[in-house]
Design a protein around this ligand. Structure first.
Ligand code: 4AD
Ligand code: MG
Length: 435
């Protein structure tokens, strides 16, 4: 075992309980420091969060001397004795007997002035992610992915991955990132949906959790150019069935987070997550247009919702809700038209309440060859660009449905974050490609 592995206590999933009088050995970073006469009060950050250290000259002159000289964010090894204190983080403080510097830090550049400017904070994101709030957001984000994996596995969905380099648009040409692929042109994927559709003929139910890319110039609080996309697709499921899956998944994620991330949720949000016992309301696109018109929003039947419309509409709700039956003009070509009303599609968006808006889009796909070919042409697209996707419809493609959920959108809503960029480690937006 390496020197470091033998230095630390064993890794555990849960925060280890610190028993009065026991000896602890910690590896971590100095997150804050206050020296008062011959005592130093430090906060050490390790994988579990924060812990208070007291270093006194009387108890250990050497340790006191070392920490007095150390800059914030130095990495250290600490040995000490636990003193229970229920008010302290983790219910204890550690009275330090020995400190060893593993990696010293330069003067920490995140000053109060830097912290006042969100842009400056994102310019230094490689360092500012160490702060308590971004730490909590990232821990909860891990929880979202963990919960989704667990939900899908319990419901017999199989995890697959899809390529990032692709040759044709899923969600319209306007937001495609073009790139050189040796001597050809390729694009970055907007959605793994088409590959999932191929894979449902193997596993019936599949899901992916991987980045999608959008050359989205709109500077809103909800658009990234790269986001983490949870997508699922299921054979033998109709539109209503997939809405049930979306609703169950979102409720599952919320309870999982409430059970496992109470502390982190408190740090970011100040209050527990909402509990939704009732079924999410389902309104039609037509009803949504009526609500918007009654609120003075000028929108006509057939227009897609923009950020403003979603904000106004979702202000009318206190729980997530579905909007169903989007017009053909607002949805990609692959959507199945409603047989009882061909001008609308069998599609829906799950909207978060209180101004947040869309977090998922889903629906039933066209599974018949001729119907899909006709719609591709109707949309002014070239069937040859969708060769293999169309081909699937010649070889036993059953009715099927699916959806996509944006992880940063979900987190922004659940944690009341100002912007989706706060929900990802290294955000990519039209103006941000660094760090
Ligand atoms: O609504 P979208 O574009 O739908 C699709 O991509 C479908 N092919 C998904 C499917 O059925 N498999 O994207 C799905 C979700 C949105 O509801 C939103 O949560 C998120 O992905 N999303 C974005 N998140 C952040 N920034 C962006 N630019 C996003 N675009 C979509
Ligand atoms: Mg959408």
């Amino acid at each position: 075992m390496s020197r470091f592995l033998s230095m630390r206590n064993a890794f555990t999933r849960d925060v280890p309980r610190l028993e009065e009088g026991s000896t602890v050995r910690l590896l971590g970073w100095i997150a804050s420091k206050r020296v008062h006469r011959d005592k130093a009060f430090l906060s050490l950050r390790d994988r579990y969060g924060y812990i208070q250290l007291v270093v006194s000259k009387a108890r250990s002159p050497e340790a006191f001397d070392t920490v007095s000289r150390l800059n914030l964010e130095s990495a250290v090894y600490v040995e000490g004795t636990v003193k229970r204190d229920e008010r302290a983080p983790r219910g204890a403080e550690v009275h330090v007997d020995r400190v060893e510097v593993i990696a010293p830090s330069d003067v920490w550049p995140i000053t109060k002035d830097v912290a006042k400017s969100p842009e400056a904070m994102f310019d230094m994101r490689h360092l500012t992610i160490r702060g308590p709030k971004s730490r909590a957001v990232m821990a909860i984000r891990d929880g979202v992915v963990r919960a989704a994996f667990q939900y899908f596995t319990e419901n017999h969905f199989v995890f697959i991955t899809a390529p990032t380099f692709i040759t044709a648009a899923v969600e319209g040409g306007a937001t495609l990132f073009k790139l050189k692929y040796f001597d050809r042109e390729a694009y970055l994927t907007q959605s793994s949906q088409f590959y999932e559709e191929a894979a449902i003929c193997v596993f019936e139910r599949v899901f992916v959790i991987q980045p999608s890319f959008r050359a989205e110039k709109s500077r809103t609080r909800k658009h990234l150019t790269e986001f983490l996309h949870i997508e699922a697709e299921a054979a033998f499921m109709e539109h209503d069935d997939i809405m049930d899956v979306e609703e169950e998944l979102v409720k599952y994620i919320i309870s999982f987070l409430s059970e496992n991330y109470e502390e982190e949720i408190k740090v970011v949000r100040g209050a527990p997550l909402p509990v939704y016992d009732d079924r999410f309301p389902r309104i039609t696109y037509d009803e949504a247009i009526d609500i918007l018109n009654s609120k003075g929003v000028e929108i006509s039947w057939g227009d897609d919702f923009g950020a403003d419309e979603e904000r106004v509409l979702s202000m009318e709700f206190e729980t997530p809700f579905f909007v169903t039956g989007f017009p053909v003009s607002t949805r990609s070509f692959y959507h199945m038209n409603d047989p009882s009303r061909p001008e609308v599609t069998l599609s829906s968006d799950l909207m978060a309440p209180e101004g947040y808006g869309e977090i998922t889009s889903g629906g039933q796909r066209i599974h018949e060859y001729e119907a899909l070919r006709r719609k591709i042409i109707e949309f002014g697209l070239n069937p040859e660009d969708y060769g293999w996707y169309l081909d699937l419809r010649r070889f036993g493609m059953p009715p099927h449905s699916g959806f996509g959920l944006g992880v940063e959108r979900l987190l922004r809503w659940l944690l009341n974050l100002p912007h989706v960029r706060d929900a990802t480690l290294f955000p990519r937006t039209p103006s941000r490609l660094y760090p």
